[in-house]
Design a protein around this ligand. Structure first.
Ligand code: PLP
Length: 419
């Protein structure tokens, strides 16, 4: 549903104005929720033509927006996907029931038994499980690169993967969960082109943009093929829904929509509506969260009980990571890790002393959340792999929210006293 009158508008404006036109919803200023599982056809022939249009992209109703059944698509998804694609500057978008549903659809659409893929480390535990456990049961293999800014290391991983089978996916979670480690997207795109020429089939570069979201990092503009985001996080923004989105070229997104139809992982009408509403404010919410995060990180980095803070704003000038950050990211985000002196016992003492901040997994909500990575989000990752990714037993992940920053710092200060 391209809307010519919005051409040239900035992503912040598109996030508010694009995807729904009041004419589509009986002039309701905000999109209605079409709470239905199925859609009526005006005649039997029309029903046949709609199915032909949907499954074969042909016939008299080719290009029709008439829906069939909510698992195959519904108006709320149309509004949301049109908006997501426009914000990212992509041709098309597909929204899913969760970020993992989105990532699984990518894996299932583009990998086959015998294929290989590479990903960074650290990486979100669920994505790690998908590629290193579930997909291996289907005969595919995964290889990790340990520094996504180091060309030699990424090439080593790609070579090792290709020795086992055709390389189909280059997955870059950047910044990575939980340490905010950076992956160089320009390098990944260049490598994909090179490998494509070598193996006769270009691997897709897939970015997980969950940590920075659609405004602080714009992967499609950097030439990646698929930009995946857990919309559960900053875009949802209130820790009250689960959703995932992928943007990219229409021909790739079409394949993901097919996965969604067969695996039943579409996003429902109410959650689609909630997201449309939340996305309107994500740029502003992130601005405030990022201001808070900088102050919280500055407090933590000079605290005697803290061994280190992996906040992106602290990347040292002159380092490779800083150079990539400057080139690739527009801001430092509001989720990062800090490492306590000591291990699990010290971490647990601190967490049990927190009063305002909530002890919970997830990130990107209006409230500040803290968790101990090794025992929660990365529980299923082996201790060796966790260490490779910079996650120690004293690593805590903090997602800074919208509270008054002085209250957050006071809470952390009193909890650190217990360590
Ligand atoms: N990618 C990253 C970086 C995440 O942090 C998460 C969840 O924490 C996911 C993907 C999965 O998203 P969801 O929980 O919406 O399935």
């Amino acid at each position: 549903m391209p809307d010519k009158k919005h051409e040239g508008l900035r992503p912040e404006t598109l996030a508010v104005a694009h995807g729904y036109d009041p004419e589509m919803g009986m002039w309701s200023a905000k999109p209605p929720i079409f709470m239905t599982s199925t859609f009526v056809y005006p005649s039997a022939q029309y029903a046949k033509d709609v199915h032909e249009a949907f499954f074969d992209n042909s016939g008299p109703l080719k290009g029709s927006t008439h829906h069939i059944y909510a698992r195959l698509g519904h108006p709320g998804l149309d509004f949301l996907e049109t908006r997501l694609a426009a914000i990212d500057g992509a041709e098309a978008a597909a929204a899913f029931a969760s970020g993992m549903a989105a990532q699984s659809a990518i894996a299932l659409a583009f990998m086959r038994p015998g294929d290989s893929m590479i990903h960074g480390r650290p990486i979100y535990g669920g994505v790690d499980m998908l590629y290193n456990q579930t997909l291996t049961e289907f005969g595919a293999t995964a290889e990790a690169y340990l520094d996504g800014t180091d060309e030699v290391e990424v090439r080593r991983a790609a070579k090792a993967a290709m020795a086992r089978g055709p390389l189909k996916l280059i997955v870059a979670e950047t910044p990575a969960n939980p340490t905010a480690a950076i992956v160089d997207l320009e390098l990944m795109v260049r490598l994909a082109d090179e490998i494509g020429a070598e193996q006769g089939h270009r691997p897709l570069v897939v970015v997980d943009n969950t940590f920075l979201g659609p405004f602080a990092q714009r992967p499609i503009e950097l030439g990646v093929d698929l930009n995946m985001t857990s919309l559960t996080k900053y875009c949802g923004g209130h820790s009250d829904l689960l959703a995932g989105g992928v943007t990219g070229r229409a021909e790739l997104i079409e394949k993901l929509r097919y996965q969604r139809v067969v695996w039943g992982s579409h996003l429902d009408p109410f959650t689609s509506w909630l997201l449309l509403r939340s996305i309107e404010s994500v740029a502003v919410r992130m601005e405030r969260a990022m201001q808070n995060a900088q102050k919280v990180a500055e407090f933590l980095v000079s605290h005697p009980k803290v061994a280190g803070v992996t906040y992106l704003g602290f990347l040292k000038e002159g380092t490779r990571q800083r150079e990539v950050f400057n080139r690739q990211c527009k801001a430092a985000g509001s989720t990062f890790s800090f490492h306590l002196h000591g291990g699990e016992a010290e971490a647990f003492r601190m967490l049990d002393g927190i009063k305002l901040i909530k002890l919970a997994v997830s990130l990107g909500g209006s409230e500040t959340l803290i968790c101990h990575s090794a025992s929660t989000t990365h529980y299923a990752v082996t201790p060796e792999k966790r260490l490779e990714g910079g996650i120690t037993d004293g690593t805590m992940r903090l997602s800074v929210g919208l509270e008054h920053v002085d209250d957050l710092i006071a809470d952390l200060a009193q909890a650190l006293e217990a360590v």
